[in-house]
Design a binder for this molecule. Structure first.
Ligand code: C2O
Ligand code: CU
Length: 613
């Protein structure tokens, strides 16, 4: 709310101060001036409130908000004395107000010396030009200023161009990527050597990527990219302790493919990220993945080559690992929610209401999986239920919920819902639609009262966490700023003011307890996903988690939110950490968590087969 209000006020104040100059001395001018002063005061208040939410939200705003507040003070005083404010004050106010808009879209957090110099330097230059008589000196100032700004722009554009081939070992010595290469004392180990077990697999699957036209139950057709000609791909259901082998074959026309095990903490060589942990599998090629099914729970898989396009088009499926003991009488439905470009939304494989017979008294587990880029809201009507697990990790002491509670699944996230089948029907509703979803049992369609979202940070019973100190502390400030992406100016998604591949990796050593603060300065939510690890949520907006310990692989940082999470660096590799709104990842919001001493022989870029996002 405050972030949107601030954006609105900075634009309004900018417009008003600019309008005040030509109208000065008139009645309308006086009115505009009063409005400018009021807008500036309102913005100062909003900036102060934002500061209360955390320091990260204000430095760029203070750079222009403080001088503008002082200038409007001068304007107010002169107006009270019934005079027209002096021209230089009005011009300066108009300039600073416009600079405030520029700061909003260009600078963000952290504020660099260069950014402040550019803003105030060009202001000073403009003032000089205005004061100087026409002639050589004036031309010189204009030329120097324009030249400096142009040079900075061109340098940024050229610097953002991706090389034809970018490796992860030598890139950006200053950014710390160089440290991947290891040191004299610890020679590097390659991600290609950190593979799954070689013993005989107990479960084998083959997934063949191919293009197919899929007809949905409503009759709508989708030109999809599929695994085994179906969307979603086959559900891979294994038992804890299995050694799983999945052979990926690619029959797509001219498009590479990989398999990434979303939320499953496999060895890095099995993680399936094109250009980081393997080469994308070319058409006609194969790749064999192997991992041990150590953790039970609900997960999913998807291609991580051109993922923003590939997942959307259908290259995904679910992975379910059940405990070794055969759960007595549990009926279990895996319900991935997906949306195609056409807007068609499917739950499982269907865009229509599905019905299933379940006898009363049976224990039912719904495995809700969000494979879309946006959050989806699920409501369960007709029975009390519990959320027994999130992101494949059981919750401690989950309490009983009713239809009045809705579950907001972030992109990439999974919730397990458990209940005992009542005598009547149960309906699983997605995004408020009663026309589709899943209807279990017989009897009248249950009602769906208006509900509020479950706050997972206060759900269940707390338990002590494993961390008592932290070896590494990082802060990631998420934002949306104008940046060059591979040479092209774009309204990109940034981390600490930069975009992939320039975001410095989080360097960790094996065994480290790593704490990360994630701040969202933008106006869109960012479901952040760390590969290869689950993170324990410590706090949200400064409030510690009071419910069950939450071990997540995807946590949704809403606009203005500050999350603090921690993980144990116990899975050596080079891991992606990115927004799972995949178009955001494609537009910059990707970084690596890199273990010191781990190298990758794989590269990304135009001259390679690898374009992970
Ligand atoms: Cu499910 Cu890197 O993603
Ligand atoms: Cu995002």
């Amino acid at each position: 709310m405050l972030l949107v209000l601030d954006l609105f006020l900075v634009v309004v104040a900018g417009g008003l101060w600019v309008a005040a100059w030509p109208l000065r001395g008139t009645k309308a001018g006086a009115a505009v001036l009063i409005a400018s002063v009021l807008a500036t005061a309102a913005r100062a208040a909003v900036v102060a409130l934002l500061g209360g939410a955390g320091w990260w939200f204000v430095p760029d705003r203070l750079v222009t908000a403080v001088p503008l507040a002082l200038l409007s003070g001068v304007v107010t005083v002169t107006m009270v004395r019934r005079r027209t404010p002096p021209a230089p004050v009005l011009i300066a106010a108009a300039y600073v107000a416009v600079a405030g808009i520029a700061m909003q879209f260009l600078v963000g957090y952290p504020v660099t010396v260069g950014a402040v110099a550019a803003v105030f330097g060009s202001g000073a230059a403009a003032l000089l030009v205005w004061r100087l008589p026409a002639g050589a000196a004036r031309v010189a100032v204009v030329a120097t200023t324009a030249g400096a700004l142009l040079a900075a722009g061109v340098t940024a554009a050229v610097g953002s161009r991706l090389p034809d081939e970018l490796d992860h070992n030598a890139h950006g010595a200053d950014s710390g990527h160089a440290a991947h290469a290891g040191s004299a004392t610890a020679p590097g180990v390659s991600v290609a050597d950190l593979r799954g077990p070689s013993r005989t697999p107990t479960r084998k699957f083959t997934l063949t990527a191919r293009a197919a036209t899929v007809t949905l139950p409503s009759g709508a057709t989708v030109d999809a990219w599929t695994f085994n000609s179906q969307v979603p791909g086959p559900e891979l259901r294994v038992t804890q302790g299995d050694v799983v082998e999945v052979t990926l074959r690619n029959e797509l026309p001219g498009i590479g493919v990989t398999l990434h095990w979303h939320g499953y903490d496999v060895p890095v060589g099995e993680d399936g990220v094109a250009g980081v942990t393997q080469n994308a599998v070319a058409p006609g090629g194969t790749f064999v993945y192997r991992f041990e099914a150590k953790d039970v729970g609900s997960y999913w898989y998807h291609s991580h080559e051109m993922s923003s396009e590939a997942v959307r088009k259908g290259l995904y499926g679910t992975l379910v690992v059940t405990p070794d003991r055969t759960e007595p009488q549990e009926t279990d439905f895996t319900l991935p929610v997906h949306r195609f470009d056409s807007g068609a939304t499917i739950l499982g494989g269907s865009d229509r209401r599905q019905t299933r017979d379940v006898p009363a008294g049976r224990r039912v587990r719904l495995r809700l999986v969000n494979t879309d880029n946006d959050a989806h809201r699920v409501a369960v009507g007709g029975t009390p239920y519990t959320v027994s697990a999130i992101d494949g990790r059981d919750l401690n002491g989950p309490t009983v919920l009713t239809a009045e509670t809705t579950l907001r699944l972030p992109a990439g996230g999974r919730y397990d819902v458990v209940f005992t089948m009542p005598a009547g029907a149960v309906h699983v509703m997605v995004d408020g639609r009663t026309s589709d979803g899943l209807l279990l049992g017989t009897g009248a369609m249950p009602t769906h009262p208006a509900g509020t979202d479950l706050d997972i940070t206060q759900y269940g019973t707390s338990a002590p966490g494993p961390f008592d100190r932290y070896d590494k502390d990082h802060t990631l400030v998420l934002d949306r700023l104008v940046r060059f992406l591979d040479g092209m100016p774009s309204y990109a998604y940034t981390v600490n003011g930069t975009v992939y591949p320039d975001i410095p990796p989080l360097l960790v050593d094996r065994g480290d307890a790593v704490r990360t603060t994630v701040v969202n300065r933008g106006t869109e939510s960012h479901p952040m996903h760390l590969h290869g690890h689950h993170v324990l949520v410590l706090s949200r907006n400064g409030r510690p988690v009071t419910g069950s310990p939450l071990w997540l692989d995807t946590f949704d940082v809403l606009p203005g939110e500050v999350w603090q999470v921690a993980f144990r660096a116990d899975n050596p590799g080079i891991w992606l950490d990115h927004c799972h709104n995949l178009p955001h990842a494609k537009q910059g919001m990707v970084l690596h968590v890199a273990y010191r001493g781990v190298t990758s022989p794989f590269t990304v870029g135009r001259r390679t087969p690898n374009h992970p996002e």
